[in-house]
Structures are given as structure tokens and as C-alpha cells.
Design a binder for this molecule. Structure first.
Ligand code: XIL
Length: 371
């Protein structure tokens, strides 16, 4: 059935592109997961509201377009273990049930991350207490979702920009080996899940070198690591294509899968790169920081489409090394970039607009298969 849909999409593509140019309603929309079926899976992040089925428009779009789902927040430790030793799997279970019913996969995000920790864990000061939290969290969560998730972002964001270890609570109390240990515990508790290291800016040379050292260290300890996630929070006109290509090549040379796990291309001004969720911009009342409240100008819309197209051409060139592309949100209205690093902005980083309609970037991405 999927294959049939794929061919229908391709055959119908010229007509669809033509209709869009004339601003008519497209009779048949090609779908991402089918167009890229032979290349990589195509995913999206779902908010808790969407997982709970309270965003009906998103629901039909998700079922149609994507074949792998990441919970945007619901499987982070602050939600899964809100009180010490008390786990709340309700929303996560809803997601895995929904995915199973709809023939989709789930990527667990994330077992060990210094951000969005439960409040009690943030105040831990002793090595023994943190070790107890660390062991119990990984063992319980990974075991609960074994056979229900495709893979886990086992550790998220363990590195500084220069490739050294980030002095997170885990690094400070447990030492640099906490990353290898997290993978070891995850492998024991969830032998059927793939295990990934995930970070932002890890396509940049110094951070990439650090990630490669980290991955080699895990491998050298005889512990399994199946893939590396490059988050892919990039900026319009500044997508680092060369570094992305080098990263695909260098990471896959380690014998692991490469995936783009949180893709979005931001169009609003920003004075730093990356995606450190605790970082904020100053002067947030400056209206120049929020220039497109009335809509995205055609020139920016076009540049966004061009950037996405160039990116997907690169992804297709290396389709044998890339297992998954996941967008960080279903549509522009949901994107976290409306609230970060400046609250209350109107951002346009994804392929679907606030009305859940495909944007020029969407058609540009689909068209890369025809070039
Ligand atoms: C973001 C979510 O999208 C927001 O809703 C939340 O408030 C903060 O976290 N890198 C990650 C993701 O690994 O978990 C982050 O998600 C974005 C940056």
C-alpha cells in the first residue's frame, strides 16, 4: 500500500506543483514518508496536546505524512519521573499505542539530559544520590519501553562547543564516563532498542571531533551505540551545508547511523547559534526581533524553500548513511521557536503553516526527488 502511494505521489507531482503555482487547491498531496520511503524515514515531534489527541488537524496530517514520532517533551525525565521513584508513563504509553495502531515508530527522547530534569534531581549534590537516580531512571524507563520504541536518545547534549565535556550535573558528580555508563545501562535494560547520542551543533568541526571521541570511547568499552543524532536547529541563509556533509561522512565512518533528529530552519533574528534551551536573548521587547507577525514575505518564503531543498538534496546524496529525518514539530504554530530564545514571536521554521497547509518549502523538499 505504501509503495502504491509512493508512485501515485510521484506521478501526480507535476500536476500538483502546477496547481500550487496557480494557487488552486492541490487534488492530491504527495506525502513525505512515501516520497522518501526508499531513502530514510521521515518523522515529527509531537506535543503532549497532540499525543493526547486534542489537535485533530495535526492528527490527520501526522498519520498521512510521517512514519516516526518523537515526543517533544513527554519522555523527558521531569515528566516520566516527576517524583523520586514514581514514574508516570501515561502520555508516553499513549504515544507508543498510537504509533503501533498507525504503523509508525517512536523514538524515545531522552534518557539522560541536564535540562528538563525533575526539580528534586536538579538539587542533588551527592554522587551516590545522583548515581541512584541515574541507574534507576535508565533501567526503569528503558525496560518499560523495550520493544515499544525504535530507539532512544540515550544521552542528549553532553558536549561543549569546543568538543570538551559539558560540566553538567552528570559530568560533575559522575565523571566523564557517565555517557558510556548510560549506554551500558540502556543496552541491558532495552536490548531491542537502538541507542543514539544526540546533540546540537555537533556538525560543527570542534564539537564534531568531541562527539567522535565520545562515540569511539563508547565503542572502545564494548558498549553498543547505533547512531548519532544531529539536532539540526539551523538558521535561514546560514545552514552549514559543508559541515553537515563532512559530519555525515565522518560519523558514518564509525559504523553508526546518522540521523537529523530535530530539524527546523529559523527565519527570525538571533545573536547566537545552537539550541541550548536555557539560553535567552536580551532586549526581547525590540520589535525588530519579531518582524513577520503579519505573514512571511515571499522573498523569505523562497529562501526557506531553497534552504530546505538544498538540505534534502544533500540528504538524498547520502541516503545510504542517513536513517531518519525528524522535524521538530508538525506545523509553524506549534514550533518551540515561537517561544525560544525570545518569548512570543511568530516564527516559520517548518514545512506546514499555521493552518496546517504545506508551504513552498514542502513542495521544494518533495521536488528534490525529481531532480
Ligand atoms: C524543547 C521543546 O521543543 C520545548 O517545548 C521545551 O520547552 C524545551 O525543549 N534540543 C532538544 C529538545 O533536545 O528536547 C528541545 O525541545 C529543543 C532543543
Amino acid at each position: 500500500m505504501k509503495i502504491t502511494r509512493f508512485y501515485l505521489s510521484i506521478i501526480a507531482l507535476p500536476a500538483i506543483l502546477n496547481c500550487t503555482a496557480q494557487k488552486k487547491v492541490a487534488p492530491l498531496l504527495p506525502v513525505l514518508k512515501d516520497v522518501f520511503w526508499n531513502d530514510f524515514s521521515v518523522g515529527t515531534a509531537l506535543s503532549a496536546l497532540q499525543i493526547e489527541g486534542r489537535d485533530h488537524k495535526a492528527d490527520s496530517l501526522v498519520k498521512k505524512q510521517f512514519n516516526v514520532l518523537t515526543p517533544e517533551n513527554s519522555m523527558k525525565s521531569m515528566f516520566l519521573q516527576p517524583e523520586w521513584g514514581k514514574f508516570d508513563f501515561r502520555i508516553g504509553d499513549r504515544l507508543t499505542d498510537y504509533a503501533a495502531k498507525n504503523n509508525m515508530q517512536v523514538v524515545g527522547h531522552t534518557l539522560i539530559w541536564h535540562s528538563q530534569l525533575p526539580a528534586y534531581a536538579q538539587t542533588i549534590r551527592s554522587k551516590d544520590s545522583l548515581q541512584a537516580f541515574f541507574n534507576n531512571h535508565i533501567r526503569t524507563v528503558a525496560a518499560h519501553y523495550d520493544k515499544k520504541v525504535l530507539g532512544w536518545d540515550v544521552v542528549n547534549e553532553a558536549l561543549n562547543e569546543d568538543g570538551t565535556m559539558r560540566p553538567s550535573i552528570f559530568q560533575r558528580l559522575l565523571g566523564d564516563d557517565f555517557v558510556t555508563e548510560a549506554f551500558r545501562l540502556a543496552q541491558e535494560a532495552s536490548p531491542n532498542s537502538e541507542l543514539y547520542y544526540n546533540d546540537y551543533n555537533n556538525e560543527q568541526p570542534a564539537k564534531r571531533a568531541g562527539a567522535i571521541r565520545l562515540i569511539k570511547k563508547i565503542q572502545g568499552a564494548g558498549v553498543r551505540i547505533d547512531g548519532v543524532g544531529i539536532q539540526g536547529h539551523w538558521h535561514i541563509g546560514k545552514v552549514p551545508f559543508d559541515d553537515i556533509e563532512k559530519s555525515i561522512l565522518e560519523y558514518s565512518a564509525l559504523g553508526i547511523k546518522v540521523m537529523f533528529t530535530e530539524l527546523d530552519i529559523e527565519v527570525l533574528p538571533r545573536n547566537f547559534t545552537g539550541a541550548e534551551v536555557n539560553q535567552r536573548m536580551r532586549n526581547t521587547n525590540d520589535t525588530a526581533l519579531n518582524p513577520y507577525t503579519a505573514g512571511l514575505p515571499d522573498s523569505v518564503q523562497k529562501q526557506l524553500a531553497d534552504d530546505y531543498a538544498q538540505l534534502f538534496r544533500l540528504f538524498l546524496k547520502h541516503r545510504d548513511k542517513i536513517s531518519r529525518i525528524t522535524f521538530w514539530g508538525v506545523n509553524d504554530g506549534q514550533s518551540w521557536l515561537n517561544g525560544w530564545p525570545v518569548p512570543g514571536r511568530t516564527n516559520y521554521p517548518l514545512l506546514f503553516d499555521r493552518n496546517y497547509q504545506p508551504k513552498p518549502a514542502y513542495y521544494a523538499v518533495i521536488a528534490t526527488k525529481q531532480q
